[in-house]
Design a protein around this ligand. Structure first.
Ligand code: NDP
Length: 243
């Protein structure tokens, strides 16, 4: 039996792209998935489809920038299942632009969702995982968390932060597993938040080589299915053709 079966897995940003694919993949392998994102209608459809296929899925609307909402999301999962095994901190935004464009509001939104959202997830679940004596964070960074490209300065900064937070979690907790997933170009709605026209055109070309979101979901499944004393710390998954 898969070591995914019966695990309670909370997924932020589960209404599209990588989060949705992860929910479908893990539920297909027997996990109890708990979906969070702002678009409740999407979550309702995805959870219903998972249950129709024989899986276990519940959802609650979630804005990761609101720590109280994150706590309520975790409480909802615990009320339903009694404990939590994995939190996939996946929700993210990528409104790329050159720094000189001074899109300060977009910088702040990325910081709020991509960094503070992950911190909210940690704050809402770490005490519970410590009390249980086990737990697993799967934090979604990016290849942009390894290098900075023109237009990616702030986005990369948030994804470098995800790497740092994950390493901090790992070295401070010998009873908690920590996995960073660093995708390359992947099919999703991520580029929809780009408002800078030149950057959007550049990313459109770049995304021709994108791989399906299920490729990232399978990597997340690999990390989760390992025995409890095996901690997969990072997986980079990118298109073969990505430079
Ligand atoms: P999508 O845009 O398809 O998914 C992003 C998800 O985040 C959506 O479900 C969205 O749901 C959710 N989200 C955004 N803001 C919030 C919020 N405030 N509270 C709760 N949920 C929120 O893109 P991806 O699937 O690609 O993105 C998933 C992760 O993967 C991100 O962290 C991204 O940075 C990372 N990544 C993606 C890559 C790619 O090429 N696709 C490459 C590298 C990393 P809703 O709007 O309903 O709230």
């Amino acid at each position: 039996m898969s070591d995914i079966a019966n695990k309670v897995v909370l997924i932020t940003g589960a209404s599209s792209g990588i989060g949705e694919a992860t929910a479908r993949h893990l539920a297909g392998r027997g996990a109890h998935v708990v979906l969070g994102a702002r678009r409740a209608d999407r979550l309702e459809t995805i959870a219903a489809e998972i249950r129709c296929a024989g899986g276990s899925a519940i959802y609650r609307p979630l804005d990761v920038t609101d720590p109280a909402d994150m706590t309520a999301f975790v409480d909802f999962a615990i009320e339903a299942h009694g404990h939590i095994d994995v939190l996939v901190n996946n929700a993210g935004l990528m409104p790329l632009s050159p720094l000189a464009a001074l899109k300060v509001d977009e910088w702040n939104r990325m910081i709020d969702v991509n960094i503070k959202g992950v911190l909210s997830g940690i704050a809402a679940t770490l005490p519970r995982m410590k009390a249980q004596g086990h737990g697993h964070f799967v934090n979604v960074s990016s290849v942009a968390g390894h290098r900075v490209m023109p237009t990616s300065a702030v986005y990369s900064a948030t994804k470098f932060a995800v790497m740092a937070l994950s390493e901090g979690l790992r070295v401070e907790n010998d009873d908690i597993r920590v996995t960073v997933i660093s995708p390359g170009a992947t099919e999703s709605e991520l580029a929809h938040t780009i408002t800078d026209a030149d950057t959007a055109a550049m990313i459109d070309r770049y995304r021709q080589i994108a791989i399906p979101a299920d490729a990232i979901a399978r990597a997340i499944g690999f990390a989760i299915e390992q025995p409890g004393n095996v901690d997969v710390n990072e997986i980079i998954v990118r298109p073969t053709a990505q430079p």
